[in-house]
Design a protein around this ligand. Structure first.
Ligand SMILES: CC(C)(COP(=O)(O)OP(=O)(O)OC[C@H]1O[C@@H](n2cnc3c(N)ncnc32)[C@H](O)[C@@H]1OP(=O)(O)O)[C@@H](O)C(=O)NCCC(=O)NCCS
Length: 157
């Protein structure tokens, strides 16, 4: 069954915080940062969550956050809870994010990823992203950042 992806809302903050802390133990965005992203005064924020279908309190399997403006969009964050990976949530979130970005007029979508992040690189390449640059030793542990771009034609075509 494909994961259910929907636009996030402020009531998702606690569940998003749990996903952030599980996925990015060293640099999780705080609830305040997540709220600021959702409520960006400039209105350019994009945000989606993948909901866990189990009954009970609101729980999320993942999230995707970014922005779109001036014909460009950027994926800032995508994450799926460790125990729920390799079940299609990442692909569903990225596909929905790209759809949102195109709806907002993006002609190209940018992102930046650690060169050693095999899972994310695999996800992005499968979705049509191509390497467009590299920042040597960009991260504090000396790992390069890979810059990637997906053009509208490659996503919608
Ligand atoms: C990257 C991430 C979001 C992928 O989420 P996911 O739900 O596991 O991804 P999916 O199950 O939808 O996988 C989609 C495709 O991505 C690629 N992929 C996912 N995990 C992979 C892995 N561990 N190794 C290689 N390729 C992988 C594959 O192409 C996969 O397709 P396949 O299962 O048919 O082979 C997840 O690993 C994650 O949250 N990582 C930690 C956070 C992170 O690094 N985010 C990116 C930087 S912000």
């Amino acid at each position: 069954m494909s994961p259910s992806v929907r636009r996030l809302d402020p009531d998702d903050i606690a569940a998003m915080d749990a996903v952030e802390r599980a996925c990015f133990p060293d640099d999780a965005w705080t609830p305040a940062m997540l709220l600021a992203q959702i409520g960006r005064a400039d209105g350019i924020g994009l945000g989606l969550v993948a909901a866990e279908t189990a009954p009970g309190p609101r729980r999320l399997s993942g999230l995707a956050l970014g922005w779109a403006a001036g014909g460009v969009a950027e994926l800032l964050r995508i994450a799926v809870s460790p125990v729920l990976r390799r079940q299609g949530s990442g692909r569903a979130l990225l596909g929905a994010f790209l759809g949102q970005a195109l709806d907002r007029g993006a002609e190209e979508i940018w992102l930046e990823v650690r060169a050693d992040n095999t899972a994310a690189l695999g996800l992005y390449r499968a979705a049509g992203f191509e390497d467009s640059g590299r920042r040597r030793r960009y991260y504090s542990d000396g790992v390069d950042a890979v810059l990637m771009t997906a053009l509208k034609e490659r996503i919608s075509g």
